[in-house]
Each structure stands twice: as structure tokens, then as C-alpha cells.
Design a protein around this ligand. Structure first.
Ligand code: AMP
Length: 113
């Protein structure tokens, strides 16, 4: 997988508003927020799409969901937030390094557009 803007955020070669990092993932605020709280959780491992997950990634994804729950509490949106993964261009994916959008602080409608 080629370098993406997220791999450059992870290696700190470009700046981002990082709110969490550990040995498996990094979380930072989205540059074009779609809600009062909107951050991205990104595995350090350069997986392109959710569709590319392998069995070996199961623990990583479990860890990311635990980080999401922790950060939702930290950002005061634990009562209502939405987690979105766009997998593939037709689903709205624009950066091909797996990332979990976490949005909160407003009411969301369903179905999404
Ligand atoms: P997606 O369309 O699901 O691939 O989401 C990509 C997200 O990355 C969008 O919400 C963008 O606003 C966000 N984004 C792109 N570049 C940056 C950046 N340098 N820092 C923070 N967020 C970014």
C-alpha cells in the first residue's frame, strides 16, 4: 500500500490535532468536521480498506473499538455517537488507509446519505 496522508500523520511528518496514540493506533480530529465532535481512529498498520482485513487483525479492531469508547467518554459524547467506516470509493472512502470516523455532539438521521 502506498503512503497516504494518514501514514504521514502517524509518522508525524505532517501535523494533526492528535487526541490519542498508543502502539496500535492514533486518533486525531477530522480536518473537515461533520459534527461538533468528529475524530478519526487510524491503525498504525497500513490496511487500505475495511474490506482488506485479515483474521490476524481481529485483536487490533477490538482494541480500536475500546479506544473509541474511551475517547467518546473523554470527548463527552458517550451517550450518543456514531462510528462510520467507509470501505471503497463508492461508499465514500477518500483516504485509503483504514479509519474509523467518530461523530457526536448533534442528532443524526437514518439512513445516511
Ligand atoms: P473518508 O472519506 O471516509 O476516506 O474520510 C477521510 C476523512 O479524512 C475526511 O473526513 C477528511 O476530512 C479527513 N482528512 C483528510 N485529510 C485530513 C488531515 N490532514 N487531517 C485530518 N483529517 C483529514
Amino acid at each position: 500500500m502506498g503512503a497516504t496522508i494518514f501514514s504521514r500523520i502517524i509518522d508525524k511528518s505532517i501535523p494533526a490535532d492528535i487526541i490519542h496514540e498508543d502502539d496500535l493506533c492514533v486518533a486525531f480530529r477530522d480536518a473537515n468536521p461533520q459534527a461538533p465532535v468528529h475524530f478519526l481512529v487510524v491503525p498504525r498498520k497500513p490496511i487500505a480498506r475495511l474490506a482488506d482485513l485479515e483474521a490476524v487483525d481481529a485483536a487490533l479492531i477490538g482494541h480500536i473499538y475500546m479506544v473509541i469508547a474511551q475517547l467518546a467518554r473523554q470527548e463527552n459524547v458517550a451517550d450518543a455517537y456514531r462510528v462510520v467506516v467507509n470501505s471503497g470509493a463508492d461508499a465514500g472512502q477518500s483516504v485509503f488507509h483504514l479509519h474509523f470516523h467518530v461523530l457526536g455532539g448533534r442528532t443524526f438521521s437514518w439512513p445516511p446519505g
